[in-house]
Write a protein that binds this ligand. Structure first.
Ligand code: NAD
Length: 337
């Protein structure tokens, strides 16, 4: 029986890469049914809310979503719908793999997974201006929330992930030298959890040095785990190691729901031009297929993507080529055989 999922095409290049992804899923024979819902600026324009009740109700029912990128205005305007969805469904583990798929990346044979805490840290959005004299915006303050519970479950998730996927090492990246309470708690809890996994190597590294080593010698890492904002930033850097944001999938996993999306945003600079690379959302859809026990279909799509990229059959603009989203999608469908 087909599994029903919520599909949120989103903003900017979202509808283009979502349409490409659904075409490939259909060609691969994925046993999925789609409940299409709105989110982001497109939802605000259509129904007056960036996160309509109908979208929330759909995810509450299906418990699985495939989501395109959603535009979040910088500075002022509505708060991030992505963050709201992660909080609403307690999608605490953001799994972001970075794997080399073709030769155009800066490194060969990269195979890393970043596990980002998705519900705490600075992204809880507790912030305000502080007025001084007649300037109501003389200063601003954001609160970083770290809980023992939230840290324990994300570090344990990282170790369980490493165990389940035969990986050898978990690195916790932190800033406990400066932020002794919040980041200090992360380091303390990570060391406690690591003691339960004697067969998996554990190391801790300061986040800035981690970023430097990630560029100099990414092969020293395997699975990485860190708080929300550090993970947000470092995972984009890791996407750069394997060819850019066009190749970076993600899963947001909670106990009762899961949402699959590309790492990239709505790319307003290329939206509507038919040139977006749909690989990130396609690979996110493969993670969704793994999640709903259709791993074989996911593996076939992954193999088709690899053969298209490695064979140089087509190359999208971000790969230095001239092919558009449609030509790339057709090539992947052909490669499915
Ligand atoms: P972005 O990821 O949208 O784009 C960064 C650069 O990468 C751009 O040059 C873009 O053209 C390129 N790029 C991204 N995806 C690509 C693809 N699939 N194919 C080819 N090139 C691609 O980041 P941004 O410009 O900083 O953010 C734009 C908007 O997206 C903002 O409103 C931001 O809040 C939002 N955003 C949403 C999500 C999400 O929904 N999960 C994630 C990140 C950013």
């Amino acid at each position: 029986m087909a599994t029903e999922i919520t599909v949120i095409p989103g903003d900017g290049i979202g509808p283009e890469v979502t349409s490409a992804t659904l075409q490939v899923l259909e060609a691969a024979g994925a046993e999925l049914e789609y409940d299409r819902q709105l989110g982001g600026v497109s939802a605000l324009e259509a129904v007056g809310s960036p996160l309509p009740d109908a979208t929330l109700d759909s995810v509450r029912r299906t418990r699985i979503a495939l989501k395109g990128p959603l535009t979040t205005p910088s500075g002022s305007g509505f708060r991030s719908v992505n963050v709201a969805l992660r909080k609403e469904f307690d999608l605490y583990a953001n799994v972001r793999p970075a794997r080399t798929l073709f030769d155009g990346g800066r490194y060969e044979d990269i195979d890393l997974v970043l596990i980002r805490e998705n519900t705490e840290g600075l992204y809880v959005g507790v912030e305000h201006f502080i007025g001084v004299g007649d300037d109501p915006r003389a200063a601003a303050e954001s609160v970083m929330i770290v809980t023992r519970h939230g840290t324990e479950r994300i570090v344990r998730y990282a170790f369980e992930f490493a165990k389940a996927h035969g990986r050898k090492k978990v690195t916790v990246a932190h800033k406990a030298n400066i932020l002794k309470y919040t980041q200090g708690l992360i380091l303390e809890v990570a060391r406690e959890v690591a003691a339960d996994y004697p067969d998996i190597e554990f190391e801790d590294r300061i986040i800035d040095a981690t970023a430097m080593w990630m560029v100099l010698d990414p092969y020293r890492f395997d699975v990485l785990v860190m708080e929300n904002m550090f993970g947000d930033i470092l995972s984009d850097l890791m996407a750069g190691l394997v060819g850019g944001l066009g190749f970076a999938p993600a899963a947001n996993i909670g106990l009762e729901a899961a949402m699959f999306e590309a790492v990239h945003g709505s790319a307003p600079d290329i939206a509507g031009q038919g040139v977006a690379n749909p690989t990130s959302l396609l690979l996110s859809a493969c993670m969704l297929l793994d999640h709903v026990d259709q791993r074989e279909t996911g593996d076939r799509i992954r193999a088709a993507i690899r053969s298209v990229l490695q064979g140089g059959v087509v190359a999208t603009r971000d790969m230095g080529g001239t092919d558009g989203t449609a030509a790339y999608t057709e090539a992947v469908i052909r490669a499915l055989g």
